[in-house]
Structures are given as C-alpha cells and as structure tokens.
Design a protein around this ligand. Structure first.
Ligand SMILES: C[S@@+](CC[C@H](N)C(=O)[O-])C[C@H]1O[C@@H](n2cnc3c(N)ncnc32)[C@H](O)[C@@H]1O
Length: 185
C-alpha cells in the first residue's frame, strides 16, 4: 500500500489502469464527493482506499495505487473504500471486492447501477447491503472544466460486501446535500 510521501512500490505496468476515455467519452476516474465519502467514513472508519492516486485518495496515507494494482494485491482486513474506474475492468473490481469480503475484509463500493450487466447479477446478490442512492451524485472531475462537479448521467449504488455475504438488505438512501443533484423520488 502506498503511504504519503513514499513512491508506490513495483515497476511493472498496472494490469487494469483505466485512462481517460470511459463514461460518456470522459474520464473513468471521477472522484467521490467528500461529503458522501465522509458520511460513509463516519460509519465504516476506512483504513484503506483500494483504487486511488496520491492526488485523489480518500484515505491519505493508506491507498493502493495503479502501479501496485488493487486488482492484484490483497487488501488489508478492516473497512476498505472502493470507487473503482468505471471502464472495462469494472466487473473485475466488483468481483475483487466480493472476493476480499470472503477473505474477511469489509468493502464499501460505489458503483453505477447497471442492472442489465452480468456482473450485477453475478455479484450484487452476494453483497450484505445494497444502498440505492436517491438522486444523482455530483462527482468531482465530471464537469467540462476538469475539476468542476456535474450530476452524473447514471444512477449510483453503494454495495457493502462483508464476510456475512448475501442476500443483501435493500435500502433507499438520500445523498448528502452537496453531493447530489436532481433525483427522481
Ligand atoms: C474513480 S477514481 C477514485 C478516486 C478516489 N479513490 C475516490 O474515491 O475519489 C479511481 C482511481 O483508481 C485508480 N486506478 C486505476 N486502476 C487501478 C489499479 N489497477 N489499482 C489501483 N488503482 C487504480 C485510478 O488511477 C483512479 O485514481
């Protein structure tokens, strides 16, 4: 795991690094709004951010970088935050989150609701909790000018994978005020 001020370990190219060019032709790496993360952090007390860089980690000093490859390494036991790249490897990230929970890790994952995909039907039933977010998240970096926030074009859910597995409890959850926009209720 990378620590603040320390170069990330490993020199091989990351297996699943997603460069810009994903969701609606923009970056697949939109950042979680801090108010949403902080609400979840106060509940779960995250010890690691499983997909991040020095400049966008939500758990400074305890994140897994693309160079280390969060898909390839074990995650620390405790509560781990994951907002994965929403590109082609998204299904691998959700599978990894489930596998880590089976090893004893509690993984909280922010995903787009894609109930037409194979990964959704394969893995979501094994989550302990599914929180369907009411409204659209304003991701950081989703706007036209780089760091500007903009309501996402897709609905989101927070999946909680724990060693208890599924079937999941289904909840309908309001977003923190600053982190949401619009919303069909
Ligand atoms: C959607 S962003 C999330 C950033 C931050 N963790 C957050 O929640 O706001 C996904 C991050 O995962 C990084 N990433 C991509 N592939 C990765 C890999 N194989 N291992 C670890 N991180 C990776 C990207 O560079 C990007 O910083």
């Amino acid at each position: 795991m990378a620590t603040e001020g320390e170069p990330a370990a490993g020199s091989r190219p990351p297996r699943a690094y997603e460069s810009p060019g994903g969701v609606d032709g923009k970056s697949t790496n939109w950042e979680t709004p801090w108010d949403l993360f902080e609400a979840l952090d106060s509940e779960f007390r995250f010890i690691c951010d499983a997909a991040a860089e020095q400049g966008n980690t939500k758990v400074p000093g305890a994140f897994i970088s693309p160079e280390e490859d969060g898909l390839a390494v074990d995650w620390p036991r405790g509560s781990v935050w994951l907002n994965p790249p929403y590109g082609k490897a998204l299904s691998e990230w959700v599978a990894k989150a489930r596998a880590e929970a089976e090893r004893g890790v509690t993984v909280v994952v922010l995903v787009p609701v894609r109930s037409s995909t194979k990964w959704w039907h394969e893995h979501v039933p094994h989550a302990t909790e599914v929180r369907l977010m009411i409204g659209r998240i304003q991701f950081i970096g989703a706007g036209v000018d780089g760091d500007e926030r903009r309501a996402s074009p897709f609905p989101s859910a927070v999946l909680v994978f724990t060693p208890l597995g599924g079937p999941p409890r289904l909840r309908h959850v309001d977003l923190p005020r600053g982190g949401s926009k619009g919303g069909e209720r």
